[in-house]
Design a protein around this ligand. Structure first.
Ligand code: SGN
Ligand code: CA
Length: 557
C-alpha cells in the first residue's frame, strides 16, 4: 500500500514506466482507469489553431496538446450545427437516430449516452458550460450549464437545476467551475468531465484583458473572400451568411456608440412594408437589441474599457460608409471579424493552459484522456462567409486533438477519416467497457494506438446530413459523402441539385464536377458508396422522411 501511495503522488508518477503507471492506484489487480476530459469549443475551426497551420492566431496551449498527443487532420461532423453535433457526440449516433436533427429540438435525455455509461461504471461525471440541448443533462454528478447559447459577460447558468448568474467572463468562469469540480472530487475514482465553452460563438465578445489586442494586426484574406459562387448551385448562391451583406454591424461588429447603446429605440411597425423591408427591419431590430442586452451585462468599468476599445473602429466605419466600395467594406469587415474572433480564441487558449497546469499539479495529467474538439468548423471568410452548416470543408471538418501518453505517441498526426460520433465509443472503450452495439461511431483506439494509421477495414467515406432549413443563414437541406479524395452532395427540399468536388484538384470546392463527363465513373462509384452508407446508418429515405416542419428561428434557443 505504501508503494502505491508513493506511486500516486506528484510528478514522479508521470516519469514511471508504462507498466508501473498502469498498475498505479489499482485495486485487486485492476489497472487504473483513465480520467476523461472532453474540451469542446463552439465554432472553433481548425483554420484558427496554429497547430493546424493557422497564420491568424497563436494557440500555444492547444499546440502543446498537439505536440504531446495526436492531431487528426480529417475529423468530420455528421451535421455541422451545435445541438445536433452535441447530441451525436453524447450518443455516438447520427441525428436521424438520436432525434436531435436541428437546434429547435429537445434532446430525449432518457436515451443512452457515454456519460451515463461511465457514471454507471463508477466514474464521477460533470458537465460544465454550453449544453444547448433544451432538456436537463442526465448522467452527471455535477452539472452547470449555460442557458441556451450563453452570454459572454455575467453569464446565466443552471447549476444542478438552480439558476444563477456568475460575475466575469464566460471562458474564465467555465474553467473556474471545472477546476472547482476537480478540487472537490473523490480522488479514489476516475472522473469524466465535459468542459464545453461558449467561445468563440457569435458575437465574438473578447475578455476585458484582450480588448484591442489585435488592432494593429492585418489578417491574410482567403483568396475566395469575394467569391461569386459561379461553378456551384443555388445553395451556395442563396445562403444568408456573407460577411459583406449579412453580418450585422451592431451585434457582430460592435458598431454602436455608447450613446446609441444607452438609447431606447422606438421600434415602428413594419407590418405594411414589403417582405424585404420587413426582413431588413427585423434584422436591424435583432442586431441592436441583442447587442444592447449583451453590452448591458457588463459592469460600468467594463463598459468604459469596451467603449474606449471600439471607439476607433466606429469612427473608421462612419468614414468608410461614405467612401468605400462594397468590396472594400467587405474586406474591412473581415478584418474586424478576425480581430474579435481571434481575441476570443486567446481566452480559450489561456484557459486550456490553466486547466492543463492544474491537472499536472494534482498529478492527473498523464492519466487523463484529453480531447480538444469543436461542435463543428466555421467559415473565416472563405467563400465570403461566416457561420457553418454547409458540408464544405471549412465546417464539415472539426479539430480533434487527443493527448494520452500511455497510448498516444507525442506529436503524431492521423489522416484517418474520423467522426464526431466516434468519440462516445472511444471513451467507453478506453474506460474498459464494452461498446454497445447500437452506437454507430467506431472506437478510435486502433488509430490512437498505432500512431494514426487507420486499422484494416476502417471506413473509406463519412456521411453527412444537415436539416435546419428554412432558418438562420438559409442553408438548404443536404446530405452527402466525403471520401479521402471526393465529395458528393445532394441539396434537397426546395431545390434538387447535386454537387461533386475533386478535393485533390479543387480543395477549396470552387467548381462542381458533377456534370463533367470526365468524372462519370467516379460519380457512379460515389453514388453507390453513398447509398451503402445510408443503408448502413438507416437513413435510406433522406428527402422523403417526414420531418416535423422546422418551427422557425424564433423557437431557437
Ligand atoms: C444563433 C446565431 C446564428 C447561429 C446559430 C446557431 N445568431 O442563432 O448566427 O448560426 O446561433 O449556432 S445570433 O444572432 O444569436 O448570434 S450554433 O452554434 O448554436 O448552432
Ligand atoms: Ca457551434
Amino acid at each position: 500500500m505504501k508503494n502505491l501511495e508513493t506511486l500516486r503522488s506528484g510528478a514522479r508518477y508521470a516519469a514511471l514506466p508504462l507498466t508501473l503507471t498502469a498498475l498505479a492506484g489499482c485495486s485487486e489487480g485492476q489497472p487504473k482507469r483513465p480520467n476523461i476530459l472532453v474540451m469542446m469549443t463552439d465554432d472553433h475551426t481548425a483554420q484558427a489553431m496554429s497547430c493546424y497551420g493557422s497564420l491568424l492566431v497563436e494557440t500555444p496551449n492547444l499546440d502543446r496538446l498537439a505536440r504531446e498527443g495526436m492531431l487528426f487532420e480529417n475529423c468530420f461532423v455528421s451535421n455541422a450545427i451545435s445541438g445536433p453535433s452535441r447530441a451525436c457526440i453524447l450518443t455516438g449516433k447520427y441525428s436521424h437516430v438520436n432525434g436531435f436533427t436541428d437546434n429547435s429540438r429537445t434532446f430525449d435525455g432518457d436515451q443512452q449516452t457515454f456519460p451515463k455509461l461511465l457514471h454507471e461504471a463508477g466514474y464521477q461525471t460533470a458537465m460544465i458550460g454550453k449544453w444547448h440541448l433544451n432538456s436537463d443533462p442526465q448522467g452527471f454528478d455535477f452539472w452547470s450549464i449555460l442557458v441556451g447559447q450563453g452570454e459572454y459577460y455575467a453569464p446565466q447558468f443552471i447549476e444542478n437545476g438552480e439558476n444563477r448568474v456568475e460575475k466575469g467572463y464566460v471562458t474564465d468562469i467555465i474553467t473556474d467551475k471545472a477546476i472547482s469540480f476537480l478540487e472537490h472530487r473523490d480522488p479514489s475514482r476516475p472522473f469524466a468531465m465535459l468542459y464545453y465553452h461558449k467561445a468563440p460563438h457569435r458575437n465574438w465578445m473578447p475578455a476585458q484583458r484582450h480588448l484591442g489586442i489585435n488592432d494593429s494586426r492585418v489578417y491574410p484574406e482567403p483568396f475566395n473572400l469575394l467569391d461569386d459562387y459561379a461553378g456551384r448551385g443555388r445553395a451556395a448562391r442563396e445562403q444568408a451568411m456573407e460577411i459583406g451583406r449579412d453580418m450585422w454591424p451592431e451585434w457582430d461588429l460592435k458598431l454602436m456608440t455608447p450613446e446609441e447603446l444607452s438609447r431606447s429605440y422606438e421600434l415602428e411597425s413594419t407590418g405594411d412594408a414589403n417582405r424585404d423591408d420587413v426582413a431588413r427591419a427585423n434584422d436591424w431590430r435583432s442586431s441592436v437589441m441583442q447587442y444592447q442586452a449583451a453590452y448591458n451585462r457588463m459592469t460600468d468599468e467594463e463598459k468604459a474599457r469596451w467603449n474606449e476599445a471600439y471607439a476607433p473602429r466606429i469612427a473608421e466605419y462612419k468614414r468608410l460608409r461614405k467612401t468605400a466600395t462594397p468590396d472594400e467594406l467587405t474586406r474591412w469587415k473581415y478584418q474586424q471579424y478576425m480581430r474579435d474572433y481571434c481575441a476570443v480564441i486567446q481566452a480559450v487558449d489561456e484557459n486550456v493552459g490553466r486547466l492543463l497546469d492544474y491537472l499536472e499539479k494534482i498529478g492527473e495529467l498523464d492519466n487523463t484522456i484529453i480531447v480538444y474538439t469543436s461542435d463543428q468548423g466555421f467559415f473565416l471568410g472563405e467563400h465570403g462567409w461566416f457561420d457553418k452548416r454547409f458540408m464544405y470543408e471549412e465546417c464539415q471538418r472539426t479539430p480533434l486533438l487527443v493527448r494520452y501518453p500511455p497510448m498516444v505517441g507525442a506529436g503524431t498526426r492521423s489522416r484517418a477519416l474520423a467522426m464526431n460520433i466516434d468519440l462516445a465509443p472511444t471513451f467507453v472503450d478506453l474506460a474498459g467497457l464494452a461498446v454497445p452495439d447500437d452506437m454507430q461511431g467506431r472506437s478510435l483506439r486502433g488509430v490512437l494506438a498505432s500512431g494514426g494509421e487507420a486499422p484494416e477495414g476502417w471506413r473509406t467515406g463519412v456521411y453527412y446530413h444537415y436539416y435546419e432549413y428554412p432558418s438562420w443563414h438559409s442553408v438548404k437541406r443536404h446530405y452527402g459523402i466525403r471520401t479521402a479524395d471526393y465529395k458528393l452532395i445532394h441539396f434537397y427540399n426546395d431545390v434538387d441539385e447535386w454537387e461533386m468536388y475533386d478535393l485533390k484538384r479543387d480543395p477549396h470546392e470552387m467548381h462542381s464536377v458533377y456534370d463533367d463527363p470526365a468524372y462519370a465513373e467516379v460519380r457512379r462509384g460515389l453514388h453507390v458508396q453513398l447509398e451503402e452508407l445510408q443503408r448502413e446508418c438507416g437513413d435510406t429515405d433522406p428527402c422523403e422522411r417526414e420531418y416535423e416542419f422546422f418551427r422557425g428561428a424564433d423557437q431557437l434557443k
